[in-house]
Design a protein around this ligand. Sequence first.
Ligand code: SF4
Length: 281
Amino acid sequence: MADQVAASGAMQSRQKNKFALPSRPRKRLFIGMHLLTTVVLAVLLAGIWYVARPGLAGIWEPLPLIAGAVFVAFVVAVLWGLLSIVLAVKGLPYLPIFRRQTFALINMLFPMAVSLGKPFGVTRRQLEGSFIAVSNLLFSRLGIKVPAERLLVVTPHCLQLATCPHKITRDPHNCKRCGGCDIGALVTLADEMGFHFFVATGGTLARQIVCDTRPKAVLAIACERDLMSGIQDVYPLPAVGVLNIRPNGPCYNTHVDMDEVRAQIEKLILPKAKPEGQIDG
Ligand code: SF4
């Protein structure tokens, strides 16, 4: 059995060399589509308000004014959130208040942004990828660094070679590191750098792992959809997303760019203190 896994693993490794890494999502796509969505929504709300105004006044005289104020406040809040994101992406000072509310509003507008993007050839996956790129950049602008033992790296089960018999969801160290999939490399990296590494079979287990390990930051490896919901789920816990690679279609024998994972983790963790007496050079 071990030979079969190793042979299958070697084949996967050879195939992996041919994988095309996903192209980097453009951050302006997410911001631009949400700006367009906000403008369309503002026009729609203004139209609704204009038509409903006489009826509202008939119910109670100040009602049109109140309804108008609520609509304006909603649009201003979304624009505020988008402006904060643009300033942060450009590296300019911004007021990081109402970030949770901004996440909630952007989440609410996301289905509309997807619909508006279709005529322009923008797919849901592109928008989600763009959101992750924006979120990662905002995270790095904050300059957050945590001790390695307070970082949780979590990945979905589909990263494991489907034919591998070893149960790694309870303990990734059950992996024999045969090279058949990227789990072995991640276990080795976790041992080398000292972060927590877990493989989750679903969102519920991922949330449970977050509760159990109480990390100060999370690095998640997954597809666009799961990363987008996961980053929002764990907020205010800082989370970085790394997109998986899907040469065999979704959720089956997926891979990850290990160089990208290592680079992101190095940005996230505090350097280890040198043992006493050790000097550079
Ligand atoms: S999980 Fe470990 S043992 Fe199984 S195929 Fe992947 S690297 Fe090999």
